[in-house]
Design a protein around this ligand. Structure first.
Ligand code: HEM
Length: 266
């Protein structure tokens, strides 16, 4: 199963062009969902107005080399390793899910657009990337959802309580999990059995929810967060600090209380 391209088996019954159009439609849904979200929340408008206002209090003008250096450091640290999440389980779970999702999506696109024809020979690296990505996403997403969600971790809510904010993480886990189960059942070659078809339908529906639900879910954070991190670090480097006061010129003395227990009352 792990070295088999599930889409090329599917192509024996479903025209490849249909799969390719499905992927293109999902990409369009992401773009439309994000644009509608931007128009509705006016967050990008606020972001640029705020950045313009902050620039007025800059104490230093950054030259191109300095800007490139700040942006590169942000990409390597804040974005690629999601340093905002600090050290610990939250960051580890996020990295597992984030890189899992990225390689799962890359694997899907490569296999659907380059090797979907049943007569073509898919290099085994791509099905492996796809299956590994799906497993990582399920593990990272479930770790987050079952154990690290703020309302479960800090507010003692039961793990099975589902709210709208869970739409993104649950759709993400569902699409990878159903994809894995579908690929497994299909690899058993049960010909006239219905099981793999049922999971193919679940896989399609969960993708429609994931990509069609961008406006209602946290999907777009993967675009907003990098932008905000770059702006924050540029504002720190040019001294404007987003119009926030500078750090106090005094030692951080908070008493022993702050060290007594892990901060988790958000
Ligand atoms: C493919 C890319 C990404 C995926 C699949 C992904 C996935 C997720 C998921 C599933 C959550 C939990 C959402 C929830 O609260 O229910 C999350 C939260 C978060 N993500 Fe991402 N993410 C991605 C990219 C990024 C990037 C690039 C950044 C930062 C630069 C980022 C920063 C965060 C932060 C700060 C949280 C909040 C974590 C928490 O509440 O503990 N993410 N992400």
């Amino acid at each position: 199963m792990i070295t088999t391209n599930p889409f090329s088996i599917l192509a024996e019954t479903v025209p490849p062009i249909l799969m390719q159009w499905f992927v293109i439609t999902m990409a369009i849904l992401v773009i439309v969902g994000t644009l509608v979200d931007i128009i509705h929340k006016k967050n990008v408008k606020y972001f640029f107005e705020n950045a313009k206002k902050a620039k007025l209090s800059a104490t230093k003008t950054l030259n191109t080399t300095e800007r490139i250096s700040v942006i590169s450091k942000t990409i390597v640290s804040d974005i690629a390793t999601t340093s905002e999440l600090g050290v610990g389980q939250r960051r580890a779970a996020h990295l597992l899910g984030m890189y899992g999702t990225i390689i799962f999506w890359i694997g899907s696109v490569i296999m659907i657009f380059c090797y979907v024809d049943p007569s073509s020979n898919t290099p085994s690296v791509w099905p492996m990337v796809w299956h590994m990505g799906a497993i990582m996403t399920v593990l990272g997403g479930s770790w987050f959802w079952f154990f690290l969600r703020v309302d479960v971790y800090s507010e003692a809510q039961p793990w099975y309580r589902i709210i709208k904010a869970d739409l993104f993480v649950l759709a993400l886990i569902a699409s990878s999990l159903f994809g894995l189960i579908w690929s497994f059942l299909q690899s058993l070659n049960l010909s006239d059995r219905w099981d793999d078809k049922v999971f193919l339908v679940f896989y399609i529906v969960s993708n429609l929810v994931l990509f069609g639900g961008v406006y209602w879910s946290k999907f777009a954070h993967m675009f907003y967060k990098p932008g905000a991190a770059i702006q924050k670090n540029l504002a720190e480097a040019d001294g404007s600090r987003d119009n926030l006061p500078p750090p106090a010129d005094a030692p951080e003395q908070f008493g022993p209380g702050i060290k007594r227990e892990e901060p988790k009352h958000y």
